[in-house]
Design a protein around this ligand. Structure first.
Ligand code: ATP
Ligand code: MG
Length: 485
């Protein structure tokens, strides 16, 4: 078995120190039935075509930990073009990090080609780094041994071979998994410089898996946190969704603050939170509530999350404007535009979320005032539920809103027919709309990434950032280093 494995892949001369511990099927806890049918199809087709193919990353890690994987990632020694040639239902994505998506309806299986050692690559295959050490391009292909050490954490360098059901554990991944320890492969500072998003990934996995972060892995984070300023805002938006929408938001927030990372993502919010604990409590209550919603299988919307994170900034900015003589209502409007504009420079927010955010904020005043003539239009508003939840949240945080929350709870019970109903989609449109993200009041699409952009969201192994997305709503206030490509 071992011989077959070794002959499958050519070893590079310097990979000899990075060989796998091979764990036979009776010695690990992966039940092949837990691997998705589509991932199995992809693995088997690649192997039948005589390519090496493994399940890797979260798919292996989470099954070993008894959790349900979010997605299944596959790695192969076939080039992206060869993979694309094998699957008619596939598309090549990414330029700086080429990958293949094999698409089965809403289910997308990501197939990456094993990444190799940069130093041996020549010409157009060379990887490219910025002055700060960030990888700008990484299409150097290699062997499984090389691929393993290019992955981020040891627990993500576990490869499952479906044909003989062995697990190939690199860099002590299996031991770390047993010790519930998150450890970066290689020198942590260098690896964070290559891709600063790894700092966010460390926090995400520590919170999600309830793992400790090994001291050497944790040590450079606080100091290197500002490197996140070099990451395109669109990619950071996707990371924020992964950090806060997966059911571990409360713990994640504490860790992000501890490691100086929240300040890189939401600098103005962090400043307001530092100045006033009332705001920190609001965020904490919101995140505890949203974790509960996820645990109950309820939906969440990024618009609600962002409206909470930016609420302190909104109030503070409006206060400043009022001091300058701007009347109440225009001050809130102007503040909303300014606050969202400033945040776009850090984590871009698609327009389909900024509009509901503004509506949630705007409805706060109307929900508090309860003007009789407006009641029907308020309760029939498409953001009523989210705005009402926001009122409850503010009351939970000790604000005295003259019992507005309770009042609206009663009003809804008495007028269930007046509540906003999502319009049915016309039948002829069914197929087209099925794959689109549905951003109803509390809804985040579970299929593909929240922004709908296949390139900005998915971080395949060693995926590096795409160029900053300076969309029409972008106010680029961050100082950025130019990307050279
Ligand atoms: P999850 O899917 O639950 O978020 P994951 O570990 O599978 O966790 P993915 O983003 O799906 O994360 O990436 C799949 C694998 O690719 C990872 O397990 C890791 O091996 C590798 N990888 C992803 N992003 C990076 C990165 N920025 N640097 C190095 N390796 C990475
Ligand atoms: Mg994954």
């Amino acid at each position: 078995m071992l011989k077959r494995f070794i002959s499958k892949f050519k070893k590079s001369p310097d990979a000899s120190n990075h060989q796998a511990d091979i764990i036979a099927h009776q010695d690990h806890a992966i039940n092949p039935d837990r691997v998705s049918e589509n991932a199995v199809k992809v693995l088997e087709r690649l192997q039948r075509a005589n390519y090496g193919a493994y399940l890797v990353g979260g798919g292996v890690r989470d099954i070993l930990l008894g959790q349900s994987p979010k997605d299944f990632d596959i790695v192969t020694d076939a080039t992206p073009e060869e993979v694309h040639g094998l699957f008619r239902n596939s598309r090549l994505i990414g330029r700086r990090f080429r990958l293949v998506h094999v698409v089965y309806g809403r289910d997308v299986i990501e197939v990456a080609t094993m990444r190799g050692n940069h130093d041996n690559a020549k010409g157009k295959h060379q990887s490219k780094k910025s002055d700060s050490g960030m990888l700008l391009r990484d299409n150097v292909y290699g062997t499984i041994d090389e691929d393993a050490i290019r992955r981020d954490f040891t627990i993500n360098a576990l490869y499952y071979d479906i044909s003989d059901r062995t697990v190939h554990s690199y860099a002590g991944g299996m031991q770390d998994l047993k010790k519930r320890r998150l450890r970066l492969i290689g020198d942590p500072a260098t690896r964070y410089r290559e891709d600063p998003v790894r700092m966010l990934r460390a926090i995400r996995f520590a919170a999600k898996l309830d793992f400790s972060i090994e001291a050497k892995t944790a040590a450079p984070i606080k100091e290197l946190a500002p490197l996140l300023l070099d990451i395109p805002a669109a990619r950071l938006f996707e990371e924020v969704l992964k950090l806060f929408m997966a059911g571990y938001a409360h713990k994640t927030f504490a860790l992000l603050e501890k490691y100086n990372l929240f300040a890189q993502l939401f600098p103005h919010s962090q400043q307001c939170i530092n100045e006033n604990d009332h705001y920190r409590n609001l965020v904490n209550f919101a995140l505890i509530n949203s974790d509960k919603r996820v645990a109950q299988g309820k939906s969440l919307t990024p618009a609600f999350l962002y409206s909470v994170f930016l609420w302190p900034c909104l109030l503070e900015t409006a206060r400043t404007l009022r001091k300058q003589g701007v009347p109440d209502v225009p001050a809130m409007h102007q503040a909303a535009t300014e606050v969202i504009g400033n945040q776009q420079a850090h984590t871009s927010i698609p327009k389909r979320f900024t509009i509901p955010m503004k509506e949630i904020w705007e409805l706060q005043r109307r929900l508090e005032r309860r003007q009789p003539r407006q009641l029907d239009s308020i309760i029939g508003h498409s953001r009523f539920r989210a705005a009402y939840d926001f009122v409850l949240l503010r009351e939970q945080n000790g604000e005295k809103l003259d019992n507005a929350g309770l009042w609206w709870t009663d009003y809804q019970e008495q007028h269930p027919e007046a509540l906003y109903q999502k319009p049915e989609r016309p039948r002829y449109n069914r197929n087209r709309s099925r794959n689109r993200s549905d951003d109803g009041p509390h809804r985040i699409s579970k299929g593909r990434s929240g922004s709908g952009s296949s390139d900005s969201g998915r971080d395949g192994p060693h995926r590096v950032s795409k160029p900053a997305d300076d969309g029409p709503h972008r106010v680029s206030k961050r100082s950025r280093k130019p990307h050279r490509d």
